[in-house]
Design a protein around this ligand. Structure first.
Ligand SMILES: [Zn+2]
Length: 393
């Protein structure tokens, strides 16, 4: 009897526990008390890169701070008009200087759900073009690192930058690696939005997408929400500069980012702010693809001259020159090769020694007194004597 009583009482305790649990589940299932707070994208921060005494990169007639601001204002207006319940915050609405740490702080203070940085790209070579959207992460290619370095260099224009970036030193390559390891928890959302941005830049704005990439951008470093940095095109490429500077070009770029925002907002709100593992994997499989940037003499011009080309080497340095440094040499094609840790800047290539000699005078007149002609055969440097013999044979 004793045992039976015990069993009964135990059974009733268990049944009672189930009842409580069942009632609890019922209570949670009633529509008035949802199980989890539904995700809602309420606040977006739009960050126009650079500003004030920091003009960013420039093309022949346009600079990054101006183009970025126009794009940011257009994008913000589209969101405000179509989503009146979304709060749009700008890190700047005018031509003023805002520190990188302050841009991130604005997003954090406002509990933003998404942080969108808008920039323009640059390259010492005028050939590269296309868009890239970055998320915070460890750079996989030197090209990605170079973009981050250029954008991070801005802090040298800030007062007391040592205090605001935990001792980050933009001149030390190791700095870029150490701080990139500090990845935030919003990687999946960030890459989902980034890939949507690239998708629409390609399909709607008809840009050449260079893809979703990652690198250590100081402006994204300490943000506590999904965040991306969009390089909307190269101001150093003349046709892309024209597009970026035009009213219609700016509108289609802003529209593309807006469509990405719309899709992202819908996606997040329908999936409780979560991104499926399959989606993440599909995006990651295509991330950080190296884009061909012509740095050495293109082989196309050499085939019709026994594989022989001539260039004018006019400048050598230990670090990469800024995109605007050789603006006075336009419209000549400036390329560089990196040899033994040195960046060697050249004009050309040209098909004949004659033409190269003329360009040597041009470079010397432009102030590069030591400019000299080099000969390249099938990608290898040879002496001018050898080249002359080859050309004559
Ligand atoms: Zn920039």
């Amino acid at each position: 009897m004793e045992i039976m009583k015990k069993q009964i009482s135990r059974t009733s305790v268990i049944t009672g526990a189930f009842m409580v649990l069942w009632l609890g589940v019922c209570a949670f299932n009633t529509p008035s008390t949802p199980e989890l707070p539904a995700y809602k994208l309420k606040t977006v921060v739009i960050d126009a890169g650079h500003g004030g005494h920091d003009i960013g990169c420039s093309g022949s007639a346009n600079n990054e701070k101006t183009v970025a601001l126009k794009l940011a204002l257009k994008l913000g207006e589209m969101i405000e008009k179509n989503y009146p319940d979304v709060k749009v915050i700008y890190t700047r609405k005018t031509d003023v200087f805002v520190e990188l740490y302050e841009r991130a702080a604005i997003a954090n203070r406002n509990n933003a759900d998404l942080f969108i940085c808008i920039h323009c790209n640059a390259n010492p070579n005028s050939s590269p073009y296309g868009t890239e959207t970055y998320v915070m992460g460890l750079h996989k290619t030197e090209a990605n690192l170079n973009v981050a370095k250029r954008e991070n260099d801005v802090i040298l224009m800030e007062d007391n930058y040592n205090q605001h970036y935990d001792g980050f030193n933009p001149n030390d390559p190791a700095s870029h690696i150490i701080f990139s390891l500090n990845q935030h928890a919003f990687m999946d959302q960030s890459i989902l939005f980034a890939s949507s941005v690239e998708k629409y830049l390609k399909s709607h704005a008809k840009r050449s997408s260079r893809g979703v990439k990652q690198a250590g951008f100081l402006v994204l470093w300490k943000t506590a929400m999904p965040s991306v940095l969009i390089e909307t095109g190269f101001l150093t490429n003349s046709s892309e500069e024209k597009f970026l500077a035009s009213e219609s070009g700016q509108t289609t770029i802003a529209e593309s980012i807006f469509y990405a925002f719309r899709d992202y907002k819908n996606d997040m709100e329908n999936n409780s702010g979560k991104v499926s593992e399959a989606t993440v994997q599909a995006i990651e499989a295509n991330m950080d693809k190296e884009v061909e940037t012509p740095k050495t003499e293109p082989v196309t011009t050499s085939t019709d001259n026994k594989g022989l080309t001539f260039s004018v080497q006019f400048y050598t340095a230990e670090s990469e020159a800024s995109a605007t440094k050789f603006a006075d040499l336009k419209p000549e094609n400036v390329t560089y090769v990196k040899e033994n840790g040195l960046y060697k800047y050249r004009l050309g290539p040209y098909k004949t020694l004659d033409e190269a000699t003329k360009k040597q005078s041009f470079a010397r007149n432009a102030g590069y007194k030591d400019a000299f002609v080099i000969a390249v055969k099938d990608g290898k440097r040879i002496s001018i004597e050898e080249a002359k013999a080859l050309a004559g044979s």
